[in-house]
Ligand binder design. Structure first.
Ligand SMILES: C[S@@+](CC[C@H](N)C(=O)[O-])C[C@H]1O[C@@H](n2cnc3c(N)ncnc32)[C@H](O)[C@@H]1O
Length: 262
């Protein structure tokens, strides 16, 4: 069923090159976001822990986590995301982070990954083989696993698709992940993070290019429609940032389990 619904999705999976282009803007917008604070609150942390952050991005979670645990391995297939993470870690004098450039699809042993007390995979589980990816998490887990997964349309805004005249099917969300885990014999816990509206952009141009990034191969006509739609909805706040007036507030599912020992 997951594969069937995934085939219907009308958004394209992003490559590492796509994420490289997004890295700087993503890093700025997501540092200290409500999502980050709420996700961190749910983790069972201890100063002796080893952690794996899979699909770590620019270190939105890696950096605050590194202050709380013994060591953390941060993996992402985007070199630009890892470069920002490395720079931030150096800026904060953190020396317990190891970065690896790699993908869900790679051989994790060849990447030098082992087993960890805590694994997080936050908003990064965009794969063609979900069961294979979950199995990798299971094998690398010595203790807890926490996944941040999409609820419904997630960060996509159906109104944007309508505005440019494209159909919108979000594809499978967290409920499939929970059920595939069940088929694997894992009875996961489920929690949610409900976000307030809050995406802000330094300039109108950054807002428009950020939304354009979500689409694949925008035609000139579609680009015009997107620009027009956004121009009507973008407003400047007191701090001089741009935000969408009627932005949808996405929720994220937090799926977790603890490996049984013995
Ligand atoms: C939305 S960002 C999330 C970053 C961070 N985990 C967070 O929650 O703020 C998604 C990240 O997953 C990475 N990613 C996407 N697909 C991936 C794949 N197949 N293998 C490794 N990393 C991937 C992207 O490069 C990007 O940095």
């Amino acid at each position: 069923m997951w594969q069937e619904v995934r085939r219907q999705k009308t958004w394209q999976r992003k490559t590492s090159a796509d994420w490289n282009k997004r890295a700087a803007g993503f890093a700025r917008r997501h540092k200290d976001s409500v999502y980050v604070k709420e996700f961190l609150k749910k983790l069972p942390l201890s100063p002796t822990m080893s952690v794996l952050d899979m699909g770590c991005g620019p270190g939105t979670l890696t950096i605050p986590l590194a202050r709380e645990v013994k060591e953390i391995t941060a993996v992402d297939f985007s070199s630009e995301m890892l470069a920002i993470l490395t720079e931030r870690a150096a800026g904060e004098g953190l020396d317990n982070i190891t970065t690896r450039q790699g993908a869900w699809e790679d051989d994790w042993q060849a990447l030098g990954l082992g087993q960890y007390d805590l694994i997080i995979a936050s908003r990064s589980l965009a794969v063609d083989d979900l069961k294979g990816a979950l199995d990798k998490l299971r094998q690398a887990a010595r203790g807890w696993v926490f996944i941040g997964d999409r609820v419904g349309s997630g960060p996509f805004d159906p109104a944007m698709f309508a505005a440019i005249g494209r159909p919108f099917h979000p594809g499978p969300d967290y409920i499939y992940t929970v059920n595939i885990l069940y088929q694997m014999g894992i009875h996961a816990r489920l929690d949610f993070i409900d976000l307030p509206p809050g995406r802000s952009y330094k300039t109108r141009k950054e807002a428009i290019s950020s939304w354009a990034w979500m689409f694949h191969d925008l035609t000139a006509a579609e680009n015009d429609k997107l620009n027009h739609h956004l121009s009507e909805r973008l407003a400047e706040n007191k701090e001089g940032y741009w935000y969408l007036r009627d932005e949808l507030c996405p929720s994220w599912a937090v799926i977790s389990w603890r490996k049984k020992t013995g």
